[in-house]
Design a protein around this ligand. Structure first.
Ligand code: GLC
Length: 558
């Protein structure tokens, strides 16, 4: 899709940053154009190769797809049953599609989204009967992968319209570009009319700002364009303007000393007070991804050109900052442990004045010799060492993580499988906070007690991001193992929103049943494993100037 823009962008943007304009995945685009009949063969060869080559090392996306197009000759003798049988659709797949379709929301006869949870048994509906922007993403991907783009297009246009509303919290007017956290369609059966109400944070519990909504909107617009090849939507003046408005909110100049985006509490999937404020990894990764997606779709016209330049500069600074200061591995941990403090001037090694005494005990045991991750947050004298799954997976998908860092994130996941995956994929963060820290950080939140909900709970929706990251790094066997876990319980437990406990063994205390993104996340994971070329919708290749290093890793082989 982006081919149309690619060349002009290279010329218009500063020469030294040419590579950024090339970062979209050409090979994936080509693969997506292949006729759909190839699906079965593609899948077979991918599975076969994955048993040997894919499991032993880093494989670039294009080589995965090349493999996928050349039927493998390897015998299936030593192939585990689970793989051999993977041609048989799991019975849960049909159930999931049925449940996903039940969750569809219509506006004047047109599907415009999916409801957050279809849980009639729950006494308290709260806002789970609304279409959440972030929750709709896996639904949208499932529909796109299934060749049903209309609902996604309608959703993008409907939310774009809502962006145009005047938004207020009490007497305070919100920024023009703010996208809603959620919306609801009200049907009047008597008058036979449909109306929409939307929430931009002014009704949300705690009045939290949905910073992630605008980023997801841009990411979804690219996914739609990539999957359908329909350029006409992203090129409309309305969509171009919508993107620019979102970008204006996060590219404006202020007092910042860092290229990361400063956020208040509860601005993303973790929409309650959980110490996730300042520069949280989830928002930084989504910000980076949205910038790259916007860059591939913005027209270099009079209004777009300035944004393109600002994006290129910001991406440059943001990737440097994140890769240098948010990255933690054994070596880096050891360096921080030995940091001097109170250093002044440009020569400071400990730039943020992190106090080694603030390193929590758990992280010393947790950190394997091989492996690493982006920490939760970095700001002056504050490093949140917690591991957050969504931010790390999106870092892989957007290529915010270098190829080495991506491999290290997957290595860590394998090494710490018990802690991060346990019995139900996937922990939203690790570890939980408890006792005094829980009181101070959460403000005594009874929903976020230890190993529950946002505080170390396990969220099935995260399976799709994990699966996508596994495919991108050439380690599908990790995703397969996670999917096996999900398939053993999710349907039986009625698609809960989250699980509780250190191992994620118990259905969450206040978890909704029939949670749509748990259902859609499973479907997306299944479809991506079946046809890895789908990943092109939601993944961006490494900047071509930074050639990935091909490395071996001792990943699981089954
Ligand atoms: C909860 C989650 C949030 C989600 C919403 C609807 O508030 O924290 O991430 O969007 O439920 O499912």
């Amino acid at each position: 899709m982006e081919e149309g823009h690619k060349e002009p962008l290279v010329l218009r943007v500063e020469g030294s940053h040419c590579s950024l304009s090339e970062m979209d995945d050409f090979d994936l685009t080509r693969a997506l154009e292949k006729p759909r009949q190839l699906k079965i063969e593609r899948k077979r060869s991918f599975d076969e190769r994955s048993m040997s080559e894919l499991s032993t090392g880093y494989v670039r996306q294009d080589s995965i797809l090349e493999m996928a197009h050349s039927p493998g000759s390897r015998s299936m003798v030593d192939t585990p049953l689970s793989v051999r049988n993977s041609f048989e659709p799991h019975p849960m797949v049909a159930e999931a599609w049925e449940a996903l379709r039940r969750s569809m929301v219509f506006f004047r006869g047109q599907p415009v989204g999916t409801i957050a949870a279809y849980d009639h048994a729950s006494e308290e509906v709260l806002n789970y009967d609304q279409v959440f922007v972030r929750d709709f993403v896996p639904s949208a991907l499932a529909f796109l992968m299934n060749g049903e783009p209309d609902i996604v297009k309608n959703f993008l246009l409907k939310t774009l319209q809502l962006q145009g509303w005047e938004k207020r919290v009490d007497r305070f007017k919100l920024g023009e570009g703010v996208m809603p956290a959620s919306f609801k369609v009200l049907h009047d059966p008597v008058r036979k009319t449909d109306t929409i109400i939307a929430d931009f944070g002014e009704s949300a519990i705690g009045r939290v700002a949905p910073v992630d909504s605008g980023f997801w909107w841009i990411i979804l617009l690219r996914a739609y364009t990539k999957s359908t090849g329909d350029l006409t939507l992203s090129e409309t003046p309305e969509c171009q303007r919508g993107m620019r408005l979102i970008l204006s909110l996060c590219l404006s100049e202020g007092f910042d000393t860092f290229p990361t985006l400063l956020c208040a509490d509860g601005c993303s999937m973790v929409d309650r007070r959980m110490g996730v404020y300042g520069y949280p990894i989830e928002i930084q990764a989504l910000f980076f991804m949205a910038l790259r997606c916007a860059l591939s779709m913005l027209k270099p016209d009079e209004e777009g050109r300035d944004f393109i330049e600002r994006i290129v500069k910001r991406l440059h600074a943001l990737s440097f900052h994140m890769r240098s200061y948010f990255w933690l591995d054994f070596q880096q941990l050891n360096d921080i442990y030995r940091y001097k403090t109170e250093e002044y001037s440009h020569t400071a090694v400990n730039k943020f004045n992190v106090m080694p005494d603030s390193i929590p005990d758990w992280v010393f045991d947790f950190m394997p010799l091989r492996g690493g991750y982006f920490v939760g947050n970095v700001s002056p004298a504050r490093m949140d060492f917690r591991w957050f799954s969504l931010g790390n997976c999106v870092s892989i998908l957007s290529s915010l993580a270098t190829p080495d860092q991506s491999m290290a994130i997957m290595d860590l996941l394998e090494h710490r499988w018990e802690e991060l995956v346990g019995e139900m994929p996937l922990k939203i963060c690790y570890p939980c906070i408890e006792s005094h820290e829980w009181r101070i950080v959460t403000g005594c939140d009874p929903k976020n007690t230890r190993w529950s909900y946002h505080n170390g709970g396990s969220w099935p929706v995260l399976l799709w991001t994990l699966t996508a990251a596994c495919i991108k790094t050439g380690r599908p066997q990790i995703a397969r193992r996670a999917i096996d876990l999900i398939e053993s319980r999710l349907h039986r437990d009625c698609w809960p929103e989250y699980y509780d406990g250190k191992q994620g063994r118990y259905v969450g205390k206040q978890a909704r049943k029939c949670q749509t993104w748990s259902i859609a996340g499973y479907l997306v994971a299944k479809m991506m494993l079946e046809d890895p070329s789908h990943i092109g919708m939601i993944s961006l290749e490494e900047d071509k100037q930074m050639q990935p290093v091909i490395k071996r890793s001792a990943s699981w082989t089954c």
